[in-house]
Structures are given as C-alpha cells and as structure tokens.
Design a protein around this ligand. Structure first.
Ligand code: BT5
Length: 330
C-alpha cells in the first residue's frame, strides 16, 4: 500500500514548531503562516501525536513541542544538510510499501541524482531475493537514495560496497558503536545484523542509468521479533540508549556523498580499500558459503577488483563470489 508523500504543509508545521520550540505558538498564527484552516492544524497535530511527537497544547491556546521530535521530516533533514548533493531533495512518507519501489518509480519519472525517499514505516520492506525487511514504525531508518553515476554497469557491486562503508562510518560517528561489515554489505554489531542494503538498478548496455541504494538501519527498536532475535539487533539494544534517527540519517547521507566522490575521483580501488579496512570478513575469516545452490565452508581471501569476494574451499579450490551469503563459522 502506498499513500501519498507527506504533505508539504505538514512538513512546514513540524518545521515551525521546531523553530519555536521554546514557546507556545497560537493555533491561528500557525494556520495563517502555513495557509490552512485552524481545524486542519488541529487534525495534523493529532497525526503528529500519533507518530509519537510530543506536543503540548490545545486549539484555543496554541501548541508547543515538549521535546524535539525524532521524525525524518524533509525540512528537518534538509536543515542538517544545507549544501548537500545527496539529500538536496527529500521525499518523506509516513507509511509506504517499500521506499525502494517508490524510488525506482520516481527514478523512472526522471527524479534527479541525490533524491532521497524516506519512510517512517514500510508495509512491504524488501531484502534481497524477495526476502522481507522488518520495518517497525518510527524505530528504524528506511531510506532509498537515487544515484545517476556516470559509470559502467560493472561498477554496481562497488556502489553496494560503498553503501556498506558509509553505513559503517555513519553509525560509528553518530553512536560511537563500532560495527563490522559482512560481505557484501550487512552491518553487524556483536555478531548480529543492524543494517541491510538492497541495491537495485536500471542500466543500459554501457552505462548505469540509475542506481537505488536502499538502506535499512535498526535504530531504536527495544526488542526484535522472535524469528529475528538470534540474528538481528538494533543500535539501542547494543548501545543501551536511544539515538536520534535524524542525526544518524544526516551522517549517512553525508558519508554516502563523501564516498561517492571518492569513487568518482579515485576509482573503485579506493572503495575496496575502505571496505577491506572496515570488514573482518575481508580476509582470513572462516565462513559458511551459500551461493548458486552450493553450500560449503571456506576461508575468505580478499576482494577482487570488481568487488567479488575470493574464498578458498577446504579442499583448496578457489571460488569467486559475486552473489550469495556468508556466515561466520566459529
Ligand atoms: C537486506 O536483504 O539486508 C537488504 C535490506 C534492505 C532494506 C531497505 S529498507 C529501505 C529500502 N526499502 C526496501 O524495501 N528495502 C530497503 P537480505 O540480505 O536479503 O537480508 C534479509 C534477511 O535479513 C531476512 O530474510 C531476515 O532474515 C533478516 N532481516 C529482516 N528484517 C531485518 C531487520 N530489520 N534487521 C535485521 N535483519 C533483518
């Protein structure tokens, strides 16, 4: 189910309340400033409260934020990224099926490079191979970034690795927690997954037309569903406190921009170097490999120039993984 993107005026209401966070703003003033009726303001205040935004007040007296809201409203994201290329345009949904599906659609309608689609909740968040991505409302970051790189389709795996490196760096900067990247791009903390990345693209023979980097980060979940508890965690569960999703998202978009320019200016080797430095899986890790219907144990032995993972089977045979799963063998 897809409902329309967040009304521009609702975004202005959030911005106005944040700008005046220390005072009670009279309802009529809000209505006049945004250009809607007082009853619409009241209706929207109710909607924001449903999303957990703590707002004191009443239509007759006015409204005041009780604390700064952790909502990924475009105006708040943009305020964190005044001159950004990635995130110069932010499209926000309260609820959507999948931000990747929306981004692919917007991309087909010529949405520019750097457009970011964010949702507070996904009803059909996707992983690779049609798997599901659990997307609890307002607890995680569900973002899809549209890139239009002047690169060949063969570079797509490098962009996936780039997203993993950016997520790794952003999580460390925003939380102090230090993660590990499991090839190709799961961010792990204490052996459990906190972030997954789904890269989808549209390409012509010699050129990537559009790449959508879909990134899901578990931020403030205080418990995980039973079926994921053994393999997944959140930053709050690992760090023992809540984190600002807004701050983390801004770090993430800044890091994606930084590594994207590194890729364009220095080439794939620079990203492969960053990835290898951030991942204990790059070399010498004993893993179980599931790929192309095969299932075996092996030891990792670095990335090749295209971002594929080299592994050495127990019987000495070398394999090159371009897709598939690996899990650590203890
Ligand atoms: C991924 O797939 O890890 C890619 C996930 C990408 C999600 C983002 S959210 C924004 C954007 N819009 C979308 O619709 N998708 C992207 P994969 O490697 O196939 O891992 C999926 C597996 O991870 C599942 O089969 C579960 O075992 C596990 N899983 C599901 N939800 C999880 C969660 N929230 N945290 C950790 N693990 C999860």
């Amino acid at each position: 189910m897809t409902i329309g993107p967040t009304d521009h005026n609702l975004d202005r209401l959030v911005h106005l309340l944040v700008r005046n966070a220390t005072v009670v703003v009279p309802g009529p003033k809000i209505a006049a400033e945004i250009g809607v009726s007082r009853s619409t303001v009241w209706e929207w205040i109710g909607k924001l409260r449903e999303l957990g935004v703590a707002i004191k007040g009443h239509p007759r007296h006015g409204y005041q934020l009780e604390k700064l809201p952790d909502i990924l409203a475009p105006s708040l994201v943009r305020a964190e990224l005044p001159s950004a290329e990635i995130g110069h345009k932010v499209i926000h949904y309260f609820r959507i099926d999948s931000t990747n599906s929306a981004a692919l659609e917007l991309g087909a309608q010529a949405a520019p490079h750097g457009t970011v689609v964010i949702a507070e909740e996904q009803t059909a968040g996707r992983g690779r191979l049609g798997r599901k991505w659990y997307s609890e409302k307002s607890r995680g970051i569900y973002a899809s970034i549209i890139l239009r790189p002047p690169l060949a389709p063969a570079t797509a795996p490098i962009l996936t690795l780039l997203a993993g490196v950016a997520a790794h760096s952003a999580v460390r900067a925003a939380t102090g927690l230090s993660g590990d990247i499991r090839w190709p791009n799961d961010l792990m903390i204490n052996g459990k997954k906190v972030c997954g990345i789904l890269t989808e693209m549209r390409a012509e023979v010699d050129r990537l037309h559009m790449v959508v980097l879909g990134i899901g980060i578990n931020v403030n979940q205080i418990s995980m569903p039973d079926e994921l508890r053994e393999i997944a965690t959140s930053l709050a569960l690992e760090g023992g406190r809540y984190y600002s999703r807004l701050h983390l998202l801004a770090e993430l978009l800044r890091d994606i921009e930084r590594y994207y320019h590194m890729l364009l200016n220095e080439g794939s080797a620079a990203i492969l170097r960053e990835w290898s430095a951030a991942s204990s899986y790059a070399e010498g890790k004993r893993v179980r490999v599931k790929a192309s219907g095969d299932d075996y144990s092996a030891v990792t032995s670095g990335l090749d120039a295209g971002g594929a993972l080299k592994v050495c089977r127990d019987d000495g045979r070398q394999e090159l993984l371009v897709a598939g799963e690996i899990t650590e063998l203890k």
